[in-house]
Every structure is written in C-alpha cells, then in structure tokens.
Ligand binder design. Structure first.
Ligand SMILES: Cc1cc2nc3c(=O)[nH]c(=O)nc-3n(C[C@H](O)[C@H](O)[C@H](O)COP(=O)(O)O)c2cc1C
Length: 173
C-alpha cells in the first residue's frame, strides 16, 4: 500500500493540494494510494499518543501506517525545516515497525525561494535513523503558490518534468 502524507495540519494547506496532485498522477498509472493529511490527527495527539500511550482515535492511522510499504511525504518548509507536527507523527507511531525497512519519496515545498531544501535534508536524516529507505530523487518546489493552475494541478514545464520523473522512479523503487 502507498500512503501520501501531507506533512502539516494547517487547514487549506498547499501540502494537501500537492498530495492530491500526486495521488491523481499515480491513479492515471493505475497505482492506488491513500492520503493521510495531518489534519486528521486527533486534536489532543501530543498528549494522547506519545510515550507509549495509544488513543482509540489514532488507531486507524497507526494501522494504515503499519500496512504501508511506500510513503510519499509532502513536506512544507516551516521556519527553515519540516513541521513539528510531522515529527510528532513519527514520534507517536509505534517503533520500529512503522517505518523500518520500508521506502519513502520526499517532496519539499515552500512559499519562499528554497523549496525546503534544509527541511528535506533534516527529514532524510530522520528517515535514515528509522532505516526508512529514501528515493534519491528528492524534489524541492519553491514559490508554491505560483505552481498551480485553476484545478490545483502543476503546469510549469520543469515541475511537470521532475514530478513525472519522481513518480516513475517511486513506482519502480
Ligand atoms: C509556521 C510556518 C513557518 C513557515 N516558514 C517558512 C520558511 O521558513 N520558509 C518559507 O519559504 N516558507 C515558510 N512558510 C510558508 C510555507 O512554506 C507555505 O505555507 C507553503 O504554502 C507550504 O506550507 P502549507 O502546506 O502549510 O501551505 C511557513 C509557514 C508556516 C505556517
């Protein structure tokens, strides 16, 4: 199973729009996937599901993570790194079985100039600690609000080229 994680709980996030775009492109290639937006986390997640606790509300999310073989993380740049809520998800998931030996592709996005290069690097370090194998082709999409057409699809030539290439490699990975 493939799970696309939109790496923020910010309402109306660009991360979720990018996650939907990737899901649509995978669907066009007959590859099914599910989106996990961090908006779906229980609202008291930081207190209900860390340090050995497990809430009823988080169970379906943990089950989905456990069943996933390949993850695609959409990672927005927050203060020069990846969002704290994404690290909280990782810390709250059961260890080591949630991510150990599995595969992941990473896409950084930002409203600024750098496409979350540093945050994707930080997150790659976390993945390596978890022994979650990272696809070498990582994308960094900057000025994200200029990237979408009216259907929230990418349309710029370079972005189409590199997202297509990453999707192909993710399928083969
Ligand atoms: C808490 C916070 C911190 C942010 N820090 C940065 C930043 O360091 N650099 C940047 O280019 N954009 C920054 N942004 C803007 C996001 O990159 C922007 O919201 C973008 O749309 C991706 O995030 P989203 O999925 O929340 O929409 C920040 C946004 C938030 C909410």
């Amino acid at each position: 199973m493939i799970t696309i994680i939109a790496g923020t709980n910010r309402p109306n996030s660009n991360s979720l729009k990018v996650a939907r775009y990737y899901q649509k492109k995978l669907e066009e290639k007959q590859i099914g996937s599910e989106i996990l937006s961090l908006e779906q986390l229980p609202h008291d997640f930081l207190f209900s599901d860390l340090y050995g606790k497990r809430s009823e509300a988080f169970l379906p999310i943990q089950e989905r993570i456990t069943a996933t073989e390949k993850f695609l993380f959409i990672i927005p740049e927050y203060n020069g790194s990846f969002p704290g809520v994404l690290k909280a998800l990782i810390d709250g998931c059961s260890f080591p079985d949630s991510f150990f030996g599995k595969k992941a592709a990473l896409v950084g996005i930002s409203s600024g100039k750098y496409g979350n290069i540093r945050g994707v690097d930080h997150f790659t370090g976390v993945c390596h600690y978890l022994q979650l194998h990272v696809l070498p082709l990582k994308l960094h999409i900057s000025y994200i609000s200029k990237e979408f057409n009216e259907n929230y699809d990418f349309y710029l030539e370079d972005t189409l080229k590199f997202t297509n290439q990453q999707i192909e490699e993710f399928i083969r990975f």
